[in-house]
Ligand binder design. Structure first.
Ligand SMILES: NC(=O)c1ccc[n+]([C@@H]2O[C@H](COP(=O)([O-])OP(=O)(O)OC[C@H]3O[C@@H](n4cnc5c(N)ncnc54)[C@H](OP(=O)(O)O)[C@@H]3O)[C@@H](O)[C@H]2O)c1
Length: 244
């Protein structure tokens, strides 16, 4: 299983749970080598198999290099979790510039497309593969719009939802299922990157469950969609948002 952005947050929880369930895991990251190594060490200590691979998913040649390493080390890819994602500082649309939009769309959208392309080239029965599963990490922002905070980020996740549905139908007859999860307000470091580390605590009382979510709760949904337990689900979007 390749989990992009697995050095922290939802990706790290997914990688660790995946290893517990018997997957050999590629722990992708872009900058935080120490954190990625910690995830790998946690997995190995529990008897699992994992390697950390640095690759910026906004750079095609780095994605290709990551897959070459996975081919060499693991021999095949059964699951891709397109989890790597970024936000930018909270801003209204009237204040965003082109560079910000390009950064966001390159990581969140272009990166997910290219990682999926490489997975399909290996998994598809059309290419001699044995099938597989792709789980994209969207966001409730795709549905809510994130007004006044990051409409641009929300739009990248809207693109991911459309990508999930379209790709699912494109490869449904080639042994590949494609689904996505839509997390809500989850305690990770992403909110600090948006300029508000306490964002989940600010919002939690307005949520139906009156609490934020934990990364492991999203990881469990990802693992279910990835597994044969979800064998007849493709093109579906699973909300993990405490009712919001
Ligand atoms: N937390 C939430 O409330 C929430 C809600 C809805 C959706 N999501 C989505 O869930 C996913 C994970 O979010 P999170 O909250 O767990 O984020 P996070 O804690 O900020 O972690 C982000 C991860 O993505 C990696 N990453 C960032 N840019 C990358 C790039 N260009 N190439 C490869 N890896 C990259 C980071 O690696 P480094 O450590 O090396 O920087 C890190 O492992 C994202 O797609 C996010 O949009 C989160």
């Amino acid at each position: 299983m390749i989990v992009t952005g697995a050095s922290r947050g939802i990706g790290a929880a997914t990688a660790i749970l995946a290893a517990e369930r018997g997957y050999a895991v590629c722990v992708n990251y872009v900058r935080n080598r120490l954190r990625a190594d910690e995830v790998v060490a946690t997995i190995r200590k529990a008897g699992g198999r994992a390697i950390a691979i640095a690759a910026d998913v906004a750079r095609e040649h780095e994605i290709l290099r990551m897959y070459e390493t996975v081919d060499r080390e693991f021999g095949r890819v059964d699951v891709l979790v397109n989890n790597a994602g970024v936000i930018e500082t909270q801003a209204r649309v009237e204040d965003v510039d082109a560079a910000r939009l390009v950064r966001l769309f390159n990581v969140n959208v272009v990166g997910s497309f290219l990682c999926a392309r490489e997975a399909i080239r290996r998994m598809s029965t059309k290419h001699g593969g044995t099938g597989g599963s792709i789980v994209n990490v969207s966001s409730v922002a795709a549905r809510l719009g994130a007004s006044g905070e990051y409409v641009d980020y929300a739009a990248t996740k809207g693109a991911i939802d459309t990508f999930t549905v379209g790709l699912a139908r494109e490869v449904a007859n080639e042994g590949i299922r494609v689904n996505s999860v839509r997390p809500g307000f989850i305690y990770t470091e992403i909110h600090a990157e948006g300029g508000e580390p306490g964002r989940v605590d600010r919002i939690k009382d307005s949520l139906p469950m009156k609490r934020g979510g934990e990364a492991i709760e999203v990881a469990r949904a990802i693992l279910w969609l990835a597994s044969d337990e979800a064998s007849y689900s493709t093109g579906s979007i699973l909300e993990v948002a405490g009712g919001r």
